[in-house]
Design a protein around this ligand. Structure first.
Ligand code: CAA
Length: 640
């Protein structure tokens, strides 16, 4: 097979390389250090048309091919992996689903400004309970009149906060698995759509990655992308293409690291000459160059297949997996060539080394790429359990909780109801522990999040801790960035774990990393002014309200004016999770041949069975759409 890029491709590469070396490279270290998004540079990049590289000119794009787009991502990543993924997430994930599935009106309204570079795009699929298992989506979109009401949260979203237009996946029909998911176009600035903290990442720090929060966001009906229930397929098809972008990003990072290593090997002298003359270094260079060449062929080939409308899902997954795997090997060897100098901040290879790792993780971990590749070769693996398992209600990160969230009544009434409930559960507020008790030993903790505001407000936390007989804790940013409490008092996955009886989270939104540190708490109480804050889903009790108002009231309600008696040794209380009502019986039938489930609400489009048709009313000649078994091979999935 002979493969060569065209002169046009190479001219484009030269133009983007020249731009990246001038506009990005000199600032890359600073952007990395400060978590700084190249806002002005991306505007300029957009004005030059590059944010619309593969889209038709009639939609404001540059009208180039997919390979040109891959070259664009590669060239940006060659100087900065973070900038590379901004382009990749915008083109492949934000704009592509609108281009491929949007109505003409949606394309005019959203694709045109995205392709022209006037707006930035993003894609919201990942959630705390839906990562590799993307079908586990829990964000919901409920049709109310002319709007869908969007509620839930998305995590790790590339371009989050910086992007103007988001393609969001949400459940429109619960309990039917992936076929109940739909896609929506959501605009930044809509009421109820907010962003969590910008993640503090190991690498690609010039790119923005944020949590998206949806609290009754009104999405007009006409912003549904594709048909209702088509969302999962849209997400999967979008990711097929997105993987070419990440493969190109990995390729670019590897290329940048390799070039730096070659240059350094020629300059650095040891044993009386440049280290490039040493066979140990020559072999490293030869290995790196070979791997990069192989990866480039795979990435460009997947891009060409997509351009020519040939099947490319497997090839894109292979390219993503291979390019990101060798990228890690290349950055490792490149840093080795640099020796001690490569280990220093400010050196490109040090940044490339950190930027590389994410490529084996996002847009489908490399383990998921293997699932995709194998399913293309061997067919879809039989599921260990059929669709009802998918429909099973996911519990919160902190496990089953009572979720009694107090929103109604005056602030005082809400506080009184909370105190009453806590006392009824057996929490004794006549006893207490020292506020400096180590978190791991504390029976109860009052913890502050960034929502507490200025440092003076820590007085509210201290007062509440004393009144409730608790130790003081915090979220990670409150200790690490704001320094309101010593570092050994932050609670979370990487901090202290709380496994006592009562955790009162004040102004903590509830990032997964924090929740993992309190999952063993017997009772979790949340006080936050955002009703959509994930902490509420993970709490037994909650008050939606301002900490400035609620904390003094709660302190007063718990303070009986007497000094606390020393708490006896802790007796771990039992959790009191809310009892879920038993699932209603449904008329679903499962194929004994392949595990396919017939769901009456959906019917069977391929077999021309209308939605709503009961299993017993299916024609006798109807066969399983997955494996061709006869109707008689089906058994009830749940009690009729
Ligand atoms: N194209 C179109 N449809 C597809 C498809 C594809 N590539 N893959 C699957 N589907 C369809 C199937 O045909 C099936 O349809 P029916 O129900 O009609 O039969 C439906 O989708 C469900 O498919 P599966 O049963 O195979 O789905 P699954 O739940 O087993 O998941 C999976 C398969 C491959 C593991 C998938 O969940 C997956 O790709 N997970 C990884 C998710 C991922 O890549 N996340 C990255 C987030 S984005 C990101 O990281 C961006 C960033 O920051 C830069």
């Amino acid at each position: 097979m002979y493969f060569k890029t065209t002169q046009e491709h190479e001219e484009l590469r030269a133009a983007i390389r020249e731009w990246a070396e001038r506009e990005i490279k000199p600032y890359a270290f600073q952007m990395d250090q400060n978590n700084e998004f190249p806002r002005e540079q991306m505007k300029d990049f957009g004005k030059r048309g590059y944010l619309g590289l593969p889209y038709p000119t009639e939609y404001g794009g540059m009208g180039k091919d997919i390979l040109s787009y891959a070259i664009g991502v590669e060239e940006l990543s060659r100087v900065d992996g973070g900038t590379g993924v901004i382009l990749s997430a915008h083109v492949s994930l934000g704009a592509y689903p609108i281009f491929a599935y949007g109505t003409e009106e949606q394309k005019r309204k959203y694709l045109v400004p995205l392709a022209k570079g006037e707006k930035l795009g993003a894609f919201g699929l990942t959630e705390p309970n839906a990562g590799s298992d993307a079908g586990g989506t829990e964000t919901t979109a409920e049709l109310v009149g002319d709007y869908y009401l969007l509620n839930g949260e998305k995590i790790f979203i590339t371009n989050g906060g910086e992007a103007d237009i988001y393609v969001i996946f949400a459940v429109t029909t619960p309990d039917i698995g992936t076929r109940g998911i739909s896609a929506f176009i959501v605009e930044k600035g809509w009421e109820g759509f907010t962003f969590g903290d910008h993640y503090d990442k190991m690498g690609i720090r010039s790119s923005a990655t944020a949590q998206l929060l949806f609290d009754n966001v009104k999405v007009p009906k006409e912003n549904m992308l594709g048909k209702e229930g088509q969302g999962f397929k849209i997400a999967m098809a979008t990711l097929d293409g997105g993987r070419i972008g990440i493969a190109a990003q990995a390729l670019g990072i590897a290329q940048g690291a390799y070039e730096a290593a070659v240059e350094y090997a020629k300059e650095r002298e040891q044993f009386g000459g440049p280290i490039a003359q040493l066979q140990a270094i020559q072999f490293k260079i030869a290995e790196m160059a070979t791997k990069i060449r192989a990866a480039r062929f795979m990435v460009y080939s997947a891009a060409e297949l997509k351009e020519n409308h040939e099947p490319y899902g497997m090839e894109a997954a292979m390219a993503k997996k291979y390019a990101s795997d060798i990228c890690l090997e290349v950055v490792n060897e490149a840093l080795q060539v640099f020796g001690g100098s490569g280990y220093l901040k400010g050196m490109e290879v040090e940044r490339f080394y950190r930027d590389a790792k994410i490529c084996t993780i996002y847009e489908g971990t490399n383990e998921i790429q293997n699932v995709v590749i194998a399913s293309h070769i061997l067919g879809k693996a039989a599921k260990a359990s059929s669709a009802p398992a998918k429909a099973k209600k996911k519990t919160a990160v902190t496990g089953p909780r009572k979720n009694m969230i107090l929103k109604d009544g005056t602030a005082k009434e809400r506080v009184e109801r909370l105190v009453e409930a806590l006392k009824a559960d057996g929490h004794d507020f006549s006893v207490g522990i020292d506020i400096n008790t180590p978190i791991g030993e504390a029976e109860r903790v009052v913890s502050a999040g960034k929502g507490i505001g200025s440092k003076e407000n820590m007085k509210l936390i201290e007062d509440l801790a004393r009144a409730s007989g608790a130790a003081i804790g915090s979220s990670r940013p409150v200790a690490e960035q704001l320094h309101y409490v010593p570092i050994n008092r932050y609670v979370g996955m990487s901090g202290q774990k709380f496994s006592g009886n009562l955790y009162i989270a004040c102004g903590i939104s509830g990032a997964v990393q924090h929740l993992k540190g309190i999952k063993d708490a017997a009772t979790i109480v949340a006080i936050n002014n955002k009703a959509s804050a994930p902490i509420f889903k993970n709490a037994d009790y909650g008050i939606v309200g301002d900490v400035n108002e609620i904390l003094p009231l709660l302190t007063a309600a718990l303070d009986d004016g007497k000094a606390k008696k020393p708490a006896p040794p802790m007796v771990k209380m039992k959790r009191k999770a809310r009892k879920e009502p038993a699932a209603a019986p449904v008329g679903r039938y499962v194929c004994m041949g392949c595990g396919y489930e017939y769901i009456p609400e959906l019917g069977d489009e391929a077999g021309e069975i209308a939605p709503g048709t009961k299993f017993k009313d299916l024609p006798q000649e109807w066969i399983c759409p997955e494996c061709g078994e006869e109707k008689s091979s089906f058994i009830p999935a749940a009690k009729e």
